[in-house]
Every structure is written in structure tokens, then in C-alpha cells.
Design a protein around this ligand. Sequence first.
Ligand code: HEM
Ligand SMILES: *[C@@H]1O[C@H](CO)[C@@H](O)[C@H](O)[C@H]1NC(C)=O
Ligand SMILES: *[C@@H]1O[C@H](CO)[C@@H](O)[C@H](O)[C@H]1NC(C)=O
Length: 430
Amino acid sequence: MRLIGTFCALAIFVQSVVAFPSFLHNRDIDLSHLSREIDSVLARVPAEDLAKLRRDASLQKRSTFSESQLIDVSGVHAYAPPTAGQTRGPCPGLNVLANHGYFDRSGVVTFTQSVSALTSVLNLGIDTAIALVTYSIAIIGDPIALTWSIGGSYPSSIPLILPRPGGIDASHNNYESDASVTRGDSYLHNGDVWSVQLATFKKLYALQDGPDADYTKDVLIQHRKNTFDYSVQNNPHFFFAPFSGLVVATAAHNFVAYFFANHSAEKPDGYLDQKNLKSFFGITGDTIDTLVYNYGTERIPDNWYKAPNPYSLVDVVTEILESIQANPEVGAIGGNTGTVNSFVGVNLGDLTGGVINSQNLLQGNNIFCFAWAAARAGLPTALSGVTSLLGNVLNLLDTKLAPYLPALACPAIDEFNLSLFNQFPGYTQH
Ligand code: HEM
Ligand SMILES: *[C@@H]1O[C@H](CO)[C@@H](O)[C@H](O)[C@H]1NC(C)=O
Ligand SMILES: *[C@@H]1O[C@H](CO)[C@@H](O)[C@H](O)[C@H]1NC(C)=O
């Protein structure tokens, strides 16, 4: 059984109301353009590469080196920070692409341009890129113009039908999350979820020391535990949602070690030193006491070699599981109930009608199945079904990506009781 067909048949009970753009209720928007764009992007990927995505997770492959991993940061791809009117947001991977002109420097980008740059410059897998970009367009972008913003809002192509798309900045709890790598929790920073919090960056920085510092996957797994604990201990409104928290924010920690490392001939498995870590986060300064953050200045270092293997959705899941296995507490879903240190984890069995529970979450592909259902279910009922734009977009994504995903045999999660989240002020009020 394929993963995706299962989700199309979901009937989801959602009792909570989340602030969501009203245009998502509009099911009459024609998606044939999006459908053709996805087909044309996929048609340009060599069949052999697509077959590889199904076969093996790139992380299990041996790293090889080729000079073509060197990323051009000269000429039209020279670094330039955003000017007035150009936008950047909470994701340093997206910000560097815009600062080097691989994304439109405005920060508003098309479907095709964003998938192409993410795969060619950073080596995000085509499956991961299509899934993340399509979700962006569906929840915070313009599904007619097929554009989305990596930061703030921008004008709609059809203002009478679609209001201004909000951009990633406006996606708190749906894409953007508390307990991030360096960005602040929404409640603690008055909704500023896009700026690096220097104190948080310094905690990551301090996990390594000296000329041999190397921010490996294990270091980032430790940081993930620290960022989670910090939010529990300091944010009375901490909320850790199934998709934006457990999946996106945890994956983002793993992304630091995998994507930002320099994958050279000498170190084909990657090496992330302090200089390059600072560069990707827009930080300058030589010692920990003199570090400075400047908004929008994320930069690809000169002479930087990208990762050799595409990071597929299977890799996303594999690395999230490693993080949870190392620190089981970060596998919880839930939040604080209005005071610090009041974290309550929702019972996964209650949330999913018993289909997924804490015993089987880590088995097989359940976390992937759960995440996918959660991405859809984190929405009011009207939006998750086939009668809404988002429902239609997710169904389209299901159909397009299914052939490239491994057979996942997902259990049918036909109940997702989001009213269990009403006890968390960070869910209802942000
Ligand atoms: C379409 C592709 C992508 C989208 C839509 C996306 C979106 C996001 C979002 C919504 C966040 C906020 C998560 C949070 O609040 O904790 C985030 C954070 C992050 N992303 Fe991305 N991302 C994409 C690709 C990438 C890639 C390819 C990389 C690495 C090269 C990357 C690296 C990161 C990192 C390191 C963070 C943590 C930021 C921090 O807290 O300092 N992302 N991304
Ligand atoms: C990446 O590694 C190669 C080989 O050691 C080195 O020449 C290059 O300067 C490194 N790049 C960065 C950005 O550290
Ligand atoms: C959802 O959870 C709430 C709160 O625990 C409970 O009262 C309600 O009966 C549940 N709804 C379903 C459909 O299971």
C-alpha cells in the first residue's frame, strides 16, 4: 500500500480553530497550472535519480567527492544582503539562496525557481523540495501565481479573490515553530520568529571549542535537547505541534549539520567549523563574547562544497528518529499550560484514535505517516478535506509524489482530535 492514497481517505475531526487565511476555503481555484509545473520539474530529473530516491536514503550511501560540489558565489551569485523591500525570514537555508541570487533577491520566489535552487545549490532531494515548496505555496503563498515568500507578506496576484499571502514569517505553528535552532519562541519575542536570538546561537556555538570545532549531527542532537528544554523552562506558552515542532523544527536542527558542512575531497562526509557556522547564521565576531548578529546577512562561504547526496524525505525521517532515540523527551507533542515547566505531552493514542501511540511511533515508517497526517490535520476541518484549496493541494501532492516514495504502508489515521491542544495557550493564542 502506498503512503499517500491512505491520507486522501482521511476523515479528520478537528474541533479547534486556528487562524488560517480565508482563501484556503476556496476550492474553486484551478490547480492545473501547479500540476503542470510539478510534472515539468519532475520530467527534468533523470529517471535514474528518481529511482534512487526510492531505493536508498542518501545518508546510508558512501560520500564521494566531485569538484562540481563547489558552489559559485561570484558574479550574479555574489553575496548581497537584502535591500529595503526585499524580505528574509526564519530559515537560513532559504535566506542564503536569496542573498546569493539563486532565489529572486526580493525573497518572493516561484515554484520552479525554488525547487531548482534548493536541489542544485544545497542538494535537497527533489521529493523533499517539492513537498516543502508545495506546502509553502498552499499555506502562505499564492497558488495562482505559484509564488511564496521566504519572509514577510507580499501582494496577491488576484487581490479580489486571495488576500495578501503571509509568507513564512506568518506561519507560526503551521510551519514555523517554538524551540527552534536559533530563532526565538513567538510568545517570548512578541511574534518575532525570524530573528536569530544571539543567546541561543551562543549555546550552540559553545558546544564546540577551538580550531577542531566540528558541528556534527551528534552536536546538533544535543542542541535539540537543549532548545526543547529551554522552551519548557522559559516559555509559559511553549507549544510543540506535530508537524511544525516535532518534524520541521527537529529536522532543521539536523539540517545544520548535514547541509552547512563543507563537503570537500579531504572530508567528503562534511566538516562544519565555527567560521562557516557563523556565516550561515549571519553572525560575525571572533570570540563568543564579541559575536554579533545582523538580520538578513546569512552567507555561503567562499570555496564551499555542498553535500554530495540528495537529502530525501526518507533521510528527513531517519534523522528525526535518531534525534528522538538519543533524547526521547523531544519526541513528545504538547506544550506548557500557562506556566513554565508545566509541559504536558498529549497522548498520541488519544490524538490519533489509537492508531499511533508512543510505543509504535518509532516503529517502521509511523513517524512519517503521522507527520504527513499531522501536516494536513493541523488545520480546521473545512481546510483539511477535499472541499478546500489546501485539501486539494495536498491531494495533488499526494498523487505526484507517491511514485517516488518508498512503499510506506501507513496505517489509516482517520481521527486527529486537535481539541486535545486547547489546554495549551501557545496553540490557541500563539
Ligand atoms: C522549501 C524548503 C524549505 C522550507 C519551506 C523551509 C522552511 C523553514 C521553516 C518554516 C523554518 C522554521 C522552523 C522553526 O521555527 O524552527 C526553517 C528553519 C530552518 N531551516 Fe529551513 N526550509 C527549507 C529548506 C531548508 C534547507 C535546504 C536548509 C539547509 C540548507 C534549511 C535549514 C534550516 C535551518 C538551519 C533552520 C533553523 C533556523 C533557526 O532556528 O535558526 N531549510 N526552515
Ligand atoms: C572546504 O574544504 C576545502 C578542503 O579542505 C578547503 O580548501 C575550503 O577552503 C573549505 N571551504 C570552506 C568554506 O571552509
Ligand atoms: C477529543 O478530545 C476531547 C478532550 O479530551 C474529548 O472530550 C473528546 O471526546 C474527543 N473527541 C473525540 C471525537 O474523540
